[in-house]
Design a protein around this ligand. Structure first.
Ligand code: DGY
Length: 327
């Protein structure tokens, strides 16, 4: 498609875009900050393809302002930034980057579980602030992972990869997902650590609200590497302050970035990372490759190799987050 134009909303690691240069004209957003709504609209308007990020809101109005658009390729497995139904209504396939980020995200989840369970931030702060006294039998005692129960909410590829790692640590793993496992209330009530791996959708928005947090085992740990809005953050802050939860470790928040003065950041025993789940060089390069493959196929009118199913797009099925098996 020699005269096709593709708007790429950020520079990407690796050389995946090189493969597209021969087949289309690339308009690559050159700044580290995402295009704002107006710039996104302007650059997408003449585009046949869009290679976008989770920071770009791709809604019906944007699609209508981009009449030539015939492929949307998201550099993420999660696709909650895209109005999937609007894309389906317009016959625009949506691609994403499943599987290649599964291990990186599962590793980071374990890092967060360990950091929260063994109170790493408190220990690091004590050393750097000169509060390291003599070795003491009862200082900074944490949760031992062996024999503790991990509750995984959402058993796609990432949830399964976390389960495998947790079992290697001797954890007892239970899960709750749309395809089975234990009911969510039972998981919340019995798990020492709850880790979220479900997609963000209307169904999972604020799934972990005040009621769910109150239902958790007293002194449990909450870990979220999925999407920030699955957790109601004001309720989480309350649960940390009251001691209902021993700790929470979040790689995702709502919004992102979380403003420095957000009240959540005042809560005790809270770890917040700036959305680093897939942040390894190899994974990000693979994500860029998959996203470029999706663009190439979409421009050629072929099925996308990593396409969000049209049934998902049309809202008949929920969106995937790290799902490896077709659902
Ligand atoms: C995703 O892919 O959905 C992550 O949040 C970013 O890698």
């Amino acid at each position: 498609v020699p005269d096709a134009r593709v708007f790429v909303t950020r520079r990407l690691p690796g050389d995946a875009l090189q493969g597209l240069v021969a087949s289309c004209t690339l308009d690559i957003w050159p700044h580290p900050a995402p295009p704002d709504e107006k710039a996104l609209r302007e650059h997408a308007a003449p585009a046949d393809g869009l290679l976008c990020l989770l920071t770009d809101r791709i809604d019906a109005a944007l699609m209508d302002a981009s009449p030539r658009l015939r492929v949307i390729s998201n550099l993420a497995v999660g696709v909650d930034n895209i109005d999937l139904r609007a894309a389906a209504d317009r016959g625009i396939p949506v691609g994403h980057t499943p599987d290649v980020l599964t291990d990186a995200t599962a590793d980071l989840t374990m890092a967060l579980i360990l950091a929260a369970a063994r109170r790493l931030p408190e220990g690091i702060a004590a050393v750097s602030e000169g509060r390291w006294g003599a070795w003491s039998p009862d200082w900074l005692l944490g949760l031992e992972l062996h024999s503790a129960r991990l509750g995984i909410v959402g058993l796609g590829g990432i949830g399964q990869a976390v389960a495998a790692r947790a079992r290697a640590f001797g954890m007892e793993v239970v899960h709750s997902s749309r395809n089975g496992g234990v009911p969510l209330p039972e998981l919340l009530h019995t798990a020492d650590v709850v880790s979220l791996h479900c997609p963000l959708s209307a169904e999972t928005h604020h799934l972990i609200d005040a009621g769910a947090l109150a239902a958790m085992k007293a002194g449990a740990i909450l870990v979220n590497t999925a999407r920030g809005a699955i957790v109601e953050q004001s309720a989480l802050a309350h649960a940390l302050r009251s001691g209902q939860l021993a700790a929470a470790a979040l790689d995702v928040t709502d919004p992102e970035p979380l403003p420095r003065d957000d009240p959540l950041l005042q809560a005790p025993n809270l770890i917040v990372l700036p959305h680093l789940g897939s942040a390894t060089r190899r994974t990000r390069e693979r994500m860029a490759e998959l996203a470029a493959e999706n663009v190439r196929a979409g421009l050629a009118g072929e099925p996308l190799p990593h396409q969000v199913q049209m049934s998902v797009q049309a809202g008949i099925r929920p969106a995937p987050e790290g799902d490896q098996c077709p659902t």
